[in-house]
Design a protein around this ligand. Structure first.
Ligand SMILES: Cc1cc2nc3c(=O)[nH]c(=O)nc-3n(C[C@H](O)[C@H](O)[C@H](O)COP(=O)(O)O)c2cc1C
Ligand SMILES: Nc1ncnc2c1ncn2[C@@H]1O[C@H](COP(=O)(O)OP(=O)(O)O)[C@@H](O)[C@H]1O
Ligand SMILES: [Mg+2]
Length: 490
């Protein structure tokens, strides 16, 4: 701290800086202070602060005033000085004497600047965490029952709870009777031992709707290694899990198909001589009493070959003649045959998305007709033989190798009995049928599945009991100038 006592000489200098200056204490290392007095101080004041420095000397009514300014020192350092001045006025209304103290407040100002940097950074980090698209929670490990002390905005949107509702509570309010006990044990152990864990478990939002939560728990430790808090990351993986389940189901059906194909091939080889030789025997025993027996054998053998033929179509649908053609043409051609095949009680409504953007697909006509025939057959059966089947063709999107992502989407919709979850899950399995013996082989959908897959497409079912069924076939669009030489009839 320095004391100063300055008697301005107003005749020499309108600013009142010249005159006699007495100092005690530190001079803050300002060069030329002795010879030039306050002028030297004024020169050393940083340009931005000069005005507030000079204001201290401006003649006013106030007897004392204070101000702060930065001063550049001879050694290049900058100090923050706080000036507290008292003023004695002369009769002419100008300060006759200015005296007071100067404090070096550099450390305090530096600290404040750092603090405001830290606060700004903290605010930024909090904003980032809050806006993070993953749900983030923090629980205090040092309070009983590890209550939540932080939850970001995504947690609120994910769970439907507001922060005010959950802070202070243990996060198990998200659990319900359908939360997997094994996962709960893993969580319990992780919290007790202060270790990391990752589980998937069913949680419930505030409104009661369930979602599959992939929860990652990680401990936060202090320098001494004690767990002080836990961080919890929540994400809704309901859709992801459903897709995985569908993938698994598809792989299972494909594996079954390969196995069936192997067996079908073997049996087919055995059936060939059985039919041939039975036919031969029938030719020799035209009027025999044994003839009916042989007819029955041939009948069974032919039936068996038909079934085996279906199975082979399901498992090894290769070796077909795939053509590139307009999806609408393909559909129209197939429907000509299918209208004859479904019973007279069934109306087939065709709804083709009109527009000049036709979708070219690669398909074998016979195979495609077979697919539609099987779907229409199921739809007709589900409606008890009377009703309308709606077939719609629209542009769709699918992920397929070497395609634009665009595809032809064919929806076959009925208003029949529909399927429950269990039936829906197994519908594509070979030999799965809910129909009485003699009415269903359980091969219709598995054959359709195999054929569509062979065309690079996808087939899915959407159904609920009593609500009817929509079977959807997606065939990827073929790109290129295939239209040259391919004239469609539309
Ligand atoms: C930070 C943190 C976040 C958590 N998030 C969830 C959550 O989202 N869903 C959930 O079911 N459990 C969550 N838990 C776990 C439960 O709060 C509880 O610790 C766990 O079920 C074990 O409870 P118990 O010791 O009573 O068995 C979280 C725990 C912590 C520490
Ligand atoms: N459109 C539909 N409506 C209701 N159930 C259906 C439909 N399509 C298929 N299913 C169910 O899927 C099962 C398997 O169908 P599929 O493979 O064609 O064999 P099948 O028709 O010989 O039973 C059927 O038995 C039926 O339970
Ligand atoms: Mg069928």
């Amino acid at each position: 701290m320095a004391f100063f006592d300055h008697v301005p000489d107003w005749r020499r200098d309108g600013r009142g800086l010249s005159g006699s200056l007495a100092w005690t204490g530190t001079h803050f290392g300002i060069r030329g202070l002795e010879e030039r007095g306050l002028e030297a101080v004024a020169d050393a004041v940083c340009a931005e602060d000069r005005e507030s420095f000079l204001r201290i000397f401006v003649p006013t009514e106030e007897a004392s005033r204070a101000g702060e300014f930065r001063l550049g020192l001879a050694d290049g350092r900058v100090v923050f000085l706080y000036c507290d001045a008292s003023i004695e006025m002369a009769a002419d209304g100008r300060p006759a004497r200015i005296f007071g103290t100067l404090h070096d407040v550099t450390d305090r100002r530096r600290f404040e600047a750092q603090l405001s940097d830290i606060l700004r950074e903290r605010e930024m980090l909090l904003a980032v965490i809050d806006a993070c698209p993953i749900s983030i929670t923090v629980a205090d490990a040092q309070q009983p029952d590890t209550p939540l002390i932080y939850a970001n905005r995504t947690f609120e949107t994910l769970t439907g709870y507001t922060r005010d509702e959950v802070l202070g509570s243990n996060c198990r309010f998200l659990q319900g009777p359908d939360s997997d006990p094994a996962a709960l044990r893993v969580l319990h152990d992780a919290v007790v031992t202060g270790s990391q864990a990752e589980v998937r478990l069913t949680n419930r939002r505030k409104d009661g709707t369930p979602f599959l939560n992939r929860l990652v728990l990680a401990p936060i430790r202090n320098d001494r290694g004690h767990v002080t808090a836990f961080i919890g990351l929540q994400s809704d993986v309901t859709d992801e899990a459903r897709r995985e389940e569908a993938d698994k189901q598809r792989q299972r059906i494909e594996a079954l198909g390969r196995m069936m194909g192997g067996i079908a091939h073997e049996i087919n080889n055995l059936l060939q001589p059985i039919t041939l030789m039975t036919e031969e025997l029938i030719a020799r025993h035209t009027d025999d009493a044994e003839r009916p027996y042989l007819d029955a054998v041939l009948d069974c053998a032919l039936n068996a070959r038909r079934i085996i033929g279906d199975l082979l179509a399901f498992s090894r649908p290769s070796g077909r003649k795939a053509e590139v053609m307009d999806a609408a043409t393909l559909l129209h051609d197939a429907l000509v045959l299918i209208r004859k095949a479904v019973g007279p009680g069934i109306v087939m409504d065709l709804d083709v998305h009109s527009g000049d953007d036709r979708i070219a697909v690669r398909a074998d006509k016979t195979a495609f007709t077979q697919v539609l025939l099987n779907l229409a057959g199921n739809a007709a059966a589900a409606m008890g033989g009377t009703g309308a089947i709606r077939i719609a063709l629209t542009p769709g999107r699918m992920v397929a190798a070497g395609s634009t992502g665009r595809c032809a989407r064919i929806d076959v919709t009925d208003s029949g009995c529909g399927m429950d979850r269990a039936t829906l899950e197994r519908a594509f399995e070979p030999f799965f049928t809910t129909k009485p013996i003699g009415q269903g082989t359980g091969l219709g959908l598995s054959v359709a599945f195999g054929l569509v897959k062979d065309m690079g497409g996808e087939i899915t079912l959407d159904s609920a009991p009593g609500r009817g069924t929509t079977a959807t076939v997606l065939l990827p669009e073929v790109i290129g100038d295939w239209y040259h030489g391919h004239h469609t009839r539309h």
